[in-house]
Ligand binder design. Structure first.
Ligand SMILES: Cc1cc2nc3c(=O)[nH]c(=O)nc-3n(C[C@H](O)[C@H](O)[C@H](O)COP(=O)(O)O)c2cc1C
Length: 333
């Protein structure tokens, strides 16, 4: 089982942090599908210290989501430490995670995110400063390296451990790869073998079977799922069940998918205002609809809608259309 510091997870399945996605509305929904640990979207250290209103809202946690890991990013020790102290004292997050994987230039040019992967000494220095300043367990999420010529995953994970970090989540890609190619699970296995803190494996887990294969092949303590959960919190439930019993749970019906999409929408409206929530929900709705035949028209219409009523009307109309087609097909048979 996955245990980080004193925090015992009920299983090994972890929702990955995803910017613009993993707010409380989505996390709670995924949590209800059984995730052992949910991770919040990354938050800028400086924005916390500037008391930026939007950022402060991002720190909102619903107690039902816990255990929860809250991720911060930054390039300078002082601000990172101060932001970590703020999260430590003013939120009910269980774990403080430091981002060392974000590949986007806006972040890396500030010496944050994946930039640290080039320098195990900096990792040691930053992580130990944060660990010394807070009570909550500190973890790090990293990529395996900057590029193929600079893969210091083992040294970097060891630096985290020496600095007092309580776990490492490793995405088996380099910064340069962004999201291309395949995640390298072999390096995840090597990292697991070279530290004694828990290691969470991440990258390209799309199905329950992938999750089991990652656990079996690499020996990691937990398995982190990101993109496969977009519009598909069921993958978490399916994975938890599969790891528990080997049972493969069926795909949800279109009605079930849309009902959960609307639940997610309503939570987002509670969290933000209707206008912001509906706009943000457009991309989620497209993800919920992914793979359902004949969704092109409704997806285009969703991109134009601004209110809850419009969005829910379109979604329900689509479900009725799909159900009518299915009935028609059944009658033909
Ligand atoms: C939309 C999106 C946003 C992301 N935001 C973050 C983030 O805020 N912090 C982070 O550490 N990783 C972030 N990631 C990376 C994921 O946590 C994960 O490492 C990556 O998607 C690989 O896992 P997967 O193959 O299961 O998707 C993000 C990924 C996506 C697709």
């Amino acid at each position: 089982m996955l245990k980080i510091g004193d925090i015992q997870m009920k299983n090994q399945v972890v929702l990955a942090p995803m910017a613009g996605v993993c707010n409380s509305a989505f996390r709670l929904t995924v949590k209800e599908f059984g995730a052992g640990l949910v991770c919040a979207e990354m938050v800028s250290d400086k924005a916390i210290l500037f008391n930026n209103a939007k950022t402060m809202d991002m720190l909102y946690i619903d107690e039902r989501e816990k255990p929860l890991s809250l991720q911060i990013f930054g390039g300078e020790k002082d601000t990172l430490v101060e932001a970590a102290k703020y999260v430590d004292k003013n939120t009910t997050a269980d774990i403080i995670d430091i981002n060392m994987g974000c590949p986007v230039p806006k972040i890396t040019k500030c010496d944050a995110g994946a930039k640290w992967l080039l320098d195990p000494n900096k990792i040691y220095e930053m992580v130990s400063a944060v660990v010394d300043a807070v009570d909550k367990p500190v973890t790090v999420k990293m990529r395996m390296g900057w590029d193929e010529e600079h893969i210091y995953a083992i040294q970097n994970a060891q630096a985290v451990e020496r600095a007092g970090g309580q776990a490492v989540a490793l995405h088996g890609r380099t910064r340069v790869q962004m999201y291309e190619g395949h995640a390298n699970w072999d390096i995840i296995k090597q990292v697991k073998q070279s530290v004694s803190i828990p290691v969470i494996g991440n990258g390209d887990v799309q199905t329950p079977q992938d999750a089991k294969r990652m656990l079996d092949e690499t020996g990691v303590d937990g398995v982190m799922i990101g993109r496969a959960a977009l519009g598909n919190p069921w993958v978490i439930y399916q994975t938890v069940k599969y790891l528990e019993s080997g049972e493969l749970i069926e795909e949800p019906s279109v009605r079930e998918k849309i009902d959960v999409c609307v639940l997610h929408l309503d939570r987002l409206i509670d969290l933000k205002n209707e206008n912001v929530a509906v706009r943000e929900m457009r991309k989620h709705a497209a993800w919920y609809l992914k793979g359902i035949r004949g969704n092109a028209t409704v997806r285009n219409q969703i991109n134009e809608c601004d209110t809850r009523n419009q969005l829910v009307g379109l979604l329900n109309g689509f479900v009725e259309e799909v159900e009518a087609k299915m009935q028609g097909n059944a009658q033909v048979v």
